[in-house]
Design a protein. Structure first.
Lengths: 240, 522, 703
């Protein structure tokens, strides 16, 4: 009989020190392009297939809500990339963080509204030993009746439009909606179509946006901490 | 008798045979198709790969793809038939049962009626959202229109097969579990035991095949990677191989080997994730944590070496988007070796946990007969006695020179699948080491000029055989893209695995199949 | 007063034939309820005073004198029967309006005659009148069960009832004759008092024949397979009367005829105990598998009556082992259980009848969601469910608790074999109690909670007051009999005193709780027991709510203690406090929505949990006992499975072990005998010759 308890204890603590300590291990985040001023880079914004780069007089601005990390603007002749992961921001119609009594513990209902294996994989890893969601007092529940935060991934397919709305309506107040991934923000590479609504805000009100394709686990946790009122928001756009 | 001889033998007066290096093409009338398909599968042991339907003018062209043969004489067989819009096509799925879902999907998306199929309707387009008569994949349908029928369908009544006093249809989904994918499983049960199950997917149907029409291949490649993110490299590779076969591009040798190494890296990571999910489903929390740790290490490795944790943006038509530097290759070697060693110890520990094995043994069994009849692919098929692996059956990339040792189990239960995952993960690591040891120098990308034509690309994705078929027109724009995925094939057989299981075993069997709903729904 | 009762009954018979339906029903109900009330009024003083009245009605040749006896225990049975009939008759009158005038009149006549027959049976003092009235009651039950004679189901149920009833009566009569041979007299009292001198063989044979023969009315295994079909086939207003009143006939026979025998021979008492326990367990297991509400209630009746019989058996055994105190407690528990069963089973059957009236069905798989549509009915039914599931502070709790506590007194009995029987029976009864709770959760939830599973349940018709008002009265009675346990127990103790020889009331409800101030040594005892309700209601309520086993004297400790009154007070207090807190908080933020269905557009009825699904763990557990046989038929279309039909069929374990082999043997014997019907004339001549010779030889050697 295997002694899982002892083996588990022997493995020790594998969790990242973030947010108390800086996390710079390579591979923790895919990184994303940063804005550049005109003098620094001769990059061609046409190389971006999702129009996330915008040329202006001052340089190249980045709209993170459109970047899908295709890496075509990376490398020589491209735009310099940054390895950060605190990406979450408030939406324009957000209601702010949850009341103070929720600061130390929130319950999250994850809803798959058409996400691919990328967002599914990253969402499943937020409670892995490397990131450990529970140390923040954040827990995943199976029923929206117990949930304070609805974490939605995916471009919201037509078939998931009604289940998404019903899930949101089943949540008691106060509640917040965190959308993860570029697909959930504006439809991503799928956009609006006969099968996709093209963004969660077309169905339910959205509070927090976490861009990325997929956003790494630490970015998702950053978004959830934002909902609990324990983190600072980043911006969805960067100007040169 | 070789496959080619067999086909020349069975071709009757209604069938035209064209043979080339690309494969064997047959053209037939619709009426002769069921018999031909049945003979190919039953007598010659061919496997049904996928069904591609094209809407051309006032006709539908249906291409049934098979592959078969032995040893070095394996071929892809394409059986084409043509039928006018509004006419019926005889169904082949009562004898070639693996084609069941392909025909249902074609009926929903094209409004072709397959005569003799008892379960058409409410498959991709759910009755509650769509009226009958909407055929999105026809060429006159604009994909960007939203809610073509106002988003109002009719009532959906779950199909019931079981007639037993006091039986109920227990719904699991579409929003369920803590981190489960969206899908609906209807379990017909009199209380404790699941007698029949129905899998109702396509809650995540994003219509990628339709959206890609009219796009250039470079932007459609984004869709091919992102419709199933955890096999992104595999599907992207098959898509690029299809493009390369249309344009006749020869991929440089270095790119072939690096592509293969990255495909095996993805397989290793996918299997680590599946093993973690299996351990989690049986509530063995420490084992799940270990599996997730391994998965995370491989994701970080992928991110460090290739720039993205899920290998997005790495493969490109004609080779790779970017070469890997020496430091990256060294990291790839060392981390893969370390992970494999930990995997071995992990497997050893799991095999000594009898309470864990109790939940998996003789649970969720797919017998070899069922596997053959449903055409189950991938690790699930190899756990049920089907040795088919596209890396050895139809070798592509560097596999002709670097052949993996196949896993083969016959019990078909959850434990057999677990053993197959461990075996394939080990083999993947061995292959990565061998490939990186023999890496030639040279460019990693050849020019892939767009030509008009159609071509098929295939890979053995982590979950099984994936077939991508493309038709490109003279402007280099995609006219039709068909993604035949392993999830689509194996979800079809899933309901047979849960027959006779108790409710508590359902999540465990689900985890042991290691399938992605997003891959099925596209 | 008795004369008034005797006058009212023919009046009821006459009123059944009034042509106008509403008048007929109303007058009949009024007259019969008046008769019942008068019976009760006559009964109470007799019980209180403990006096016995014996009247001799004349004498028959050979068969001996006919006697009427009215002693406290018989009068108690009459009281219970009167209460049940008073509660059930309004619904009968209501249902009679559904029938054509002639049939309605017949129905009401039968009901009135049944009441009279029951009273007469309880009053009969000698074997002849007992058997006579018993048979009349049996025939009336048969005619009521098969009243809907157009239904094959009812006719078949009726025949089964009649066949088993006759079989039981014949066996019982044979037993009575043996006992008469042993005692020399035909009066039931004499049979009882001569039990001590009877030869053991006669006593045992007589016991076996009368217990299993007359006990079939009380659902004693193995002759109880008639109960479920009969109760479900009977008209919906008759089933309450059958289960509440007629089943007590069997208990009456067991107490009066078999009690004295079992008090002499402990093995007979142990047999009674074991039979009761097995009956109860098998009854509740089969109740869990029923998907028909009335059959479920019938099987549950088998279970409750089994508990009664078990408690009585335990009591008689203790008395046979010369332990009158535990014996008395067990007998009190048995009578209490019988009283409670009559109360809550009548309530539940009235509820089932009301459900059938409102929806037209009593199939659990077609009901559901009635709580929102018929709220009063569901609350009253819930009271019945809580009572039968033995939840405090209701009456079922008191009798179950007393039964199990009295079983624990088996430590005072010496023979190890007896202790083993007690232990096993107690374990079976405990398991029964647990299963009963589960079973009634299933019954209540499938009927009233969840989604409606058929159109009839979505829009039920309103329920008539003739069902709701008696149910309300019975519900209050359930609560009263539970909370006022300290008042009921002395009454029952007085009833069993003739059997035990001592009065057990002071041991169960000691006087020092009733007295005004605590005096002397008992002050310490009261002080210790105050936290659990010894002083509840002091100075306010004459009865105080603590039931204990206190063998006597202040040196001997209290062995067990229970207070339903305290439970009631605490519960009521908690509910009231919660209600007040919520009122005081003012405006509440309440959102109403649909139940969460996993994101499905709509939860459909076929997705609702059925009764069968709820019971399947029990089905799986007891599979070896049940031995279901499944016929399965699959339809395929190529590789597609298009339909699967599964029909499990089960033969009741008792039928498998007793009835079916018996029927097989009888068939074999009769087919052997049937050969005698075919043959040449010479064979018949030979038969006559042989018979003649045999008779001559007998005559030669016998005389």
């Amino acid at each position: 009989m295997a002694d899982w308890v002892l083996k588990g204890l022997a493995r020790g603590i594998r969790t990242t020190g973030w947010p108390a300590r800086v996390e710079e291990t390579p591979g923790v985040t895919p990184g994303r392009p940063g804005a550049v001023s005109r003098d620094d880079s001769p990059a061609d914004v046409g190389v971006c297939p999702t129009h996330a780069l915008e040329q202006s007089a001052r340089g190249i601005a980045v709209d993170f809500g459109r970047c899908v990390h295709c890496q075509r603007c990376r490398g020589e002749g491209g735009v310099p990339w940054q390895d950060d992961f605190e990406w979450a921001d408030w939406s324009t119609q957000s209601r702010g963080p949850l009341p103070a009594s929720f600061r130390r513990s929130i319950n999250v209902r994850y809803l798959d509204a058409g996400s691919c294996g990328g967002c599914m994989g990253e969402a499943r890893l937020i409670d892995a030993p490397s990131y450990n969601l529970h140390r923040f007092g954040i827990f995943l529940t199976a029923t929206p009746r117990d949930a304070d935060v609805l974490l939605v991934a995916g471009p919201v397919t037509e078939a998931m439009r009604t289940p998404l709305r019903l899930t949101y309506e089943a949540m008691p107040e106060p509640r917040r909606v965190v959308v993860m991934g570029v697909c959930a923000i504006n439809g991503g590479v799928f956009g609006q179509s006969y099968a996709c609504v093209g963004g969660v805000d077309a169905v339910i009100p959205v509070d927090i946006l976490v861009p990325g394709c997929p956003p790494p686990p630490l970015a998702i946790i950053h978004g959830l901490l934002l909902a609990a009122g324990r983190a600072e928001a980043a911006s969805l756009e960067r100007a040169p | 008798m070789t496959l080619k001889d067999f086909i020349s033998r069975i071709a009757g007066p209604e069938v035209r045979v064209l043979q080339s290096e690309a494969g064997i093409r047959l053209e037939s009338t619709p009426a002769a198709v069921p018999a031909l398909a049945a003979r190919l599968v039953e007598e010659k042991g061919c496997e049904f790969a996928t069904l591609v339907v094209e809407h051309q003018g006032d006709d539908f062209e249906l291409h049934y793809f098979f592959h078969g043969g032995e040893g070095n004489a394996t071929h892809v067989v394409q059986l084409t038939t043509r039928v006018a819009v509004g006419d019926q096509v005889p169904a082949i799925s009562d004898r070639v049962h693996a084609a069941d879902w392909d025909e249902r999907e074609a009926e929903d998306l094209f409004e072709i009626h397959f005569a003799g199929h008892p379960f058409l309707g409410d498959f991709v387009l759910h009755d509650t959202e769509w009226r009958e008569g909407v055929a999105p994949l026809r060429h006159d349908f604009d994909p960007r229109q939203q809610r073509p029928n106002g988003g109002r369908g009719g009532t959906w009544v779950p199909r019931r097969v079981l007639d037993e006093p006091g039986s109920l249809v227990f719904p699991v989904g579409p929003v369920w579990g803590g981190d489960s994918e969206a899908g609906l499983w209807l379990l017909e049960t009199p209380g404790e035991e699941i007698r029949q199950a129905h899998t109702r997917l396509f809650y995540k149907h994003r219509g990628v095949e339709k959206i890609a029409e009219g796009q250039y291949p470079e932007s459609a490649l984004l869709l091919a990677e992102r419709f199933s993110g955890n096999s992104a490299f595999g599907h992207g590779l098959a898509f690029c191989q299809a493009l390369e076969s249309i344009s006749g591009t020869a991929v440089p040798p270095r790119a072939l080997l690096v592509r293969t190494a990255l495909a095996e890296l993805e397989r290793l990571r996918y299997h680590a994730a599946v093993i973690a999910e299996i351990a989690g489903s049986t509530a063995l929390a420490v084992a799940k944590a270990w599996g997730q740790e391994l998965e995370e290490e491989l994701l970080r490795l992928s991110g460090e070496v290739c720039g993205h944790r899920y290998l997005f943006g790495v493969v490109a038509p004609g080779g790779l988007a970017r070469d890997l530097d020496a430091g990256g290759l060294a990291r790839l070697r060392s981390v893969t070796a370390a992970v494999t060693e930990r995997l071995d110890r992990f497997e050893h520990l799991l095999e000594r946990s009898s309470s864990f094995l109790d939940r998996l043994e003789e649970m969720g069994t797919i017998t070899p007969e069922l596997a053959r009849s449903y055409g189950v692919v991938g690790p699930v098929g190899r756990a049920s006695g089907s040795s088919m692996d596209l890396r050895t059956r139809l070798p592509y990339a560097a596999y002709p020179d670097f052949t993996p040792r196949p896993a083969l189990e016959t019990e078909g239960d959850g434990y057999a699948r677990l053993r197959v995952y461990f075996h394939e993960a080990r083999e993947a690591a061995i292959l990565v080491a061998a490939l990186l040891d023999n890496l030639p120098e040279g460019p990693v990308r050849a020019a892939c000029e767009p030509l008009a034509g159609a071509g098929l690309g295939w890979v053995e994705a982590p979950a099984g055989s994936a077939f991508h078929w493309l038709r490109v027109d003279e402007k280099g724009v995609i006219r039709r893209w068909r993604a035949g995925t392993p999830g689509f094939r194996n979800w079809h057989a899933f309901h047979r695995a849960v027959e006779g299981a108790a409710f508590q075993d359902f999540p465990i069997i689900l985890a042991s199949f290691g399938l992605s709903v997003a891959e099925n729904d596209r | 007063m008795p004369e008034t009762i005797l006058a009212l009954l023919p009046l009821a018979l006459v009123s059944a034939w009034i042509p106008a339906p509403r008048t007929r029903g109303a007058v009949f109900a009024v007259v019969l309820i008046a008769a019942a009330v008068l019976v009760a009024a006559e009964a109470v003083p007799v019980i209180g005073s403990g006096a016995t009245v014996e009247i001799e009605l004349g004498s028959l040749a050979i068969l001996g004198p006919l006697r009427i006896v009215l002693d406290p225990i018989r009068v108690f049975f009459m009281l219970v029967a009167a209460g049940v009939f008073a509660a059930g008759v309004p619904f009968v009158a209501q249902e009679a309006r559904r029938y054509a005038p002639r049939r309605a009149a017949v129905l009401l006549t039968l009901v009135a005659l049944l009441f009279a027959a029951l009273l007469a049976a309880f009053a009969s003092g000698d074997v002849v009148s007992f058997v006579f009235t018993w048979e009349i009651a049996a025939l009336l039950i048969w005619s009521l069960v098969s009243f809907n004679h157009r239904s094959e189901h009812a006719v078949a149920a009726g025949y089964l009832t009649l066949a088993l009833s006759e079989f039981g009566t014949i066996a019982g009569m044979a037993g009575l004759f043996l006992l008469i041979a042993g005692s020399g007299e035909t009066s039931l009292a004499a049979l009882g008092s001569s039990a001590a001198e009877m030869p053991q063989g006669l006593a045992v044979a007589g016991f076996l024949l009368t217990f299993y023969g007359f006990g079939m009315k009380a659902g004693v295994a193995p002759l109880n397979s008639w109960l479920p079909p009969a109760y479900s086939a009977a008209p919906r207003s008759i089933a309450p009367l059958l289960s509440g009143a007629t089943s007590n006939l069997g208990i009456f026979a067991v107490i009066v005829i078999d009690g004295p025998l079992a008090c002499q021979f402990p093995e007979l008492g142990l047999l009674m105990l074991a039979t009761g326990a097995v009956t109860a367990l098998v009854g509740i297991v089969y109740a869990m598998l029923e998907s028909d509400l009335k059959r479920l209630l019938a099987q549950s009746s088998v279970e409750n009556l089994g508990i009664t019989v078990a408690a009585l058996g335990a009591g008689f055994t203790f008395i046979a082992f010369d332990k009158p105190l535990p014996g008395g407690i067990a007998l009190v528990a048995g009578l209490y259980q019988m009283l409670n069963h009559s109360t809550y089973k009548t309530l539940l059957f009235l509820g089932a009848g009301a459900v059938e009236e409102a929806t037209g069905t009593h199939e659990l798989n077609r009901l559901g969601g009635l709580a929102r549509r018929l709220p009063v009915l569901s609350v009253l039914f819930l009271v019945g469910v809580m009572a039968i599931a033995a939840l405090p502070p209701f009456n079922g709790f008191v009798s179950e608790w007393l039964t199990l506590e009295s079983m624990l007194r088996a430590v005072e009995v010496e023979p190890v074999g007896a202790r083993i029987v007690f232990a096993l029976s107690a374990a079976a009864l405990a398991l029964t109690a647990g299963l009963a709770l589960t079973c009634f959760i299933m019954a209540f939830s499938s009927t009233f909670l969840g989604l409606p599973l058929s159109k009839a349940a979505v829009q039920p018709r309103p329920v008539s007051r003739s069902a709701l008002v008696p149910m309300g009265v019975l519900a209050v009675a359930c609560l009263a009999l539970g909370v006022l346990a300290t008042g009921v127990i002395p009454v029952l103790a007085g009833l069993v005193q003739p059997y035990t020889g001592v009065d057990v009331a002071p041991a169960l409800v000691p006087a020092f709780f009733q007295a005004g101030a605590a005096q002397g040594d008992s002050a310490g005892l009261i002080h210790e027991l105050t936290p659990i309700g010894a002083q509840v209601g002091k100075g306010i309520v004459p009865l105080r709510g603590l039931v204990v086993l206190h063998p006597g004297g202040t040196e001997t400790p209290v062995v067990f203690a229970m207070s339903t009154a305290l439970t009631f007070v605490v519960l009521a207090g908690l509910l009231a406090t919660t209600w007040l807190i919520f009122r005081a908080r003012g405006r509440l933020n309440v959102t109403r929505g649909d139940p969460w269905g996993g994101g499905l557009h709509r939860l459909r009825p076929e997705m609702g949990y059925t009764a069968n699904a709820f019971a399947s763990p029990v089905r799986v557990l007891f599979d070896a006992l049940l031995r279901p046989v499944v016929t399965e038929h699959t339809e395929q279309q190529g590789a597609f499975t298009t339909a699967i039909r599964r029909r499990p069929s089960m033969v009741h374990v008792i039928d498998r072990l007793t009835l079916q082999p018996a029927v097989a043997v009888m068939r074999a014997v009769s087919s052997l005998l049937a050969r005698m019907h075919r043959g040449p004339v010479t064979d018949y001549a030979a038969y006559i010759l042989v018979a003649f010779v045999v008779v001559l030889l007998l005559g030669r050697f016998a005389l």
